[in-house]
Design a protein around this ligand. Structure first.
Ligand SMILES: Cc1cc2nc3c(=O)[nH]c(=O)nc-3n(C[C@H](O)[C@H](O)[C@H](O)COP(=O)(O)OP(=O)(O)OC[C@H]3O[C@@H](n4cnc5c(N)ncnc54)[C@H](O)[C@@H]3O)c2cc1C
Length: 277
């Protein structure tokens, strides 16, 4: 079983700031981390490998510093890491990102056929959730999104049972291998990395490929050139106003609440009148 997990380096969005003048992310304001959903994806791959044997590769597209998240994935339990890094990839939107990653996956598959690709549900910075399904479409394999459990991996029959989250309840799908999964955080808990993994990660050097290493690639589909998306505006949404705490006895609070509701009712009526006019 060869599992490839796509991992992305993202700024820690809990602390990142938006530059109000340029309306862009101030990437220097926060440390870069392994996208949290991708950490769960690597952990899910480790569990499958425990049951079926085989190998886990991780793949990332990003600047040279993205080596750090490949090392982090090795700490969690991945065996091998690949980074595709080239100025030609810069400025890629999800269409160009999924194209570049699918080309790298094809190259990896030439070395060792791939049975399963796992991505996070979304990246916490771009947050589109489009890259996983985009890769699946390009590789012509089924995408299964919002996965919360993987079981019954049958290597001989090349099938797997997937539980995926829905708005209410869940769905069970038996599908063919190879396929692509995008995983939710509920799929597992991130365990402490064993010491041997940490030592291996500290010394590990991933394979780094430039565009020229990927074989036949249509360069017009890469980076900014291959990205039809235009970001019109980016801004921090205004903070929500705090609620109002009612004070006094129960009767006084009810009376205050009624006043507020009546005030709102008048506002609603005013709105209705102005719409009618
Ligand atoms: C015009 C334009 C220019 C942009 N320029 C840049 C830029 O210069 N630098 C930049 O960082 N972003 C840039 N972006 C943002 C970029 O489009 C997205 O970050 C990227 O395409 C991934 O989309 P996402 O973050 O929505 O990922 P999602 O689709 O939400 O990610 C889902 C999953 O896909 C996988 N995945 C996503 N991206 C990668 C990756 N790079 N490597 C491996 N796996 C991945 C992960 O498993 C992840 O959990 C640009 C966007 C636009 C529209």
């Amino acid at each position: 079983m060869h599992i490839v997990v796509c991992v992305k380096q993202v700024p820690d969005t809990k602390i990142i700031k938006i530059n109000p003048k340029t309306n862009t992310l101030d990437r220097r304001s926060a440390p870069a981390i392994l996208n949290p959903y991708d950490a769960h994806a690597v952990q899910a791959a480790v569990k499958i490998r425990e049951e079926t044997g085989g190998m886990i590769s991780v793949l990332s597209m990003g600047p040279p510093q993205a080596v750090a998240i490949i090392k982090k994935s090795i700490e969690i339990g991945a065996d091998r890491g690949y980074l595709i890094s080239d100025r030609a990839f810069a400025g890629a939107d999800t269409l160009a990102t999924s194209y570049a990653l699918s080309k790298a996956l094809q190259k990896i598959a030439n070395e060792e056929p791939i049975d399963l690709v796992i991505c996070g549900k979304h990246a916490i910075d771009g947050d589109t959730g489009q890259v996983g399904p985009g890769i699946a479409r390009r590789l012509d394999i089924p995408p299964i999104t919002n996965v919360i459990e993987v079981s019954e991996v049958n290597k001989a029959e090349k099938t797997v049972l997937i539980k995926r989250k829905q708005i209410s309840g869940y769905e069970l799908i038996q599908t063919q291998l190879p396929c692509l999964l995008t995983v939710e955080k509920e799929i597992n808990s991130i365990l402490y990395s064993p010491l041997p993994n940490m030592l291996r990660a500290a010394r590990y050097e991933p394979v780094i490929w430039a565009v020229s290493d990927l074989g036949e690639v249509d360069k017009t589909q890469l980076g900014l050139k291959g990205s039809p998306t235009i970001v019109g505006k980016m801004f921090t949404p205004p903070k929500l106003e705090g609620g109002k705490k009612l004070e006094g006895s129960s009767d006084e609070q009810v009376s205050q609440l009624m006043d507020i509701l009546m005030e709102r009712k008048d506002l609603l009526k005013l709105k209705e009148t102005s719409t009618a006019n």
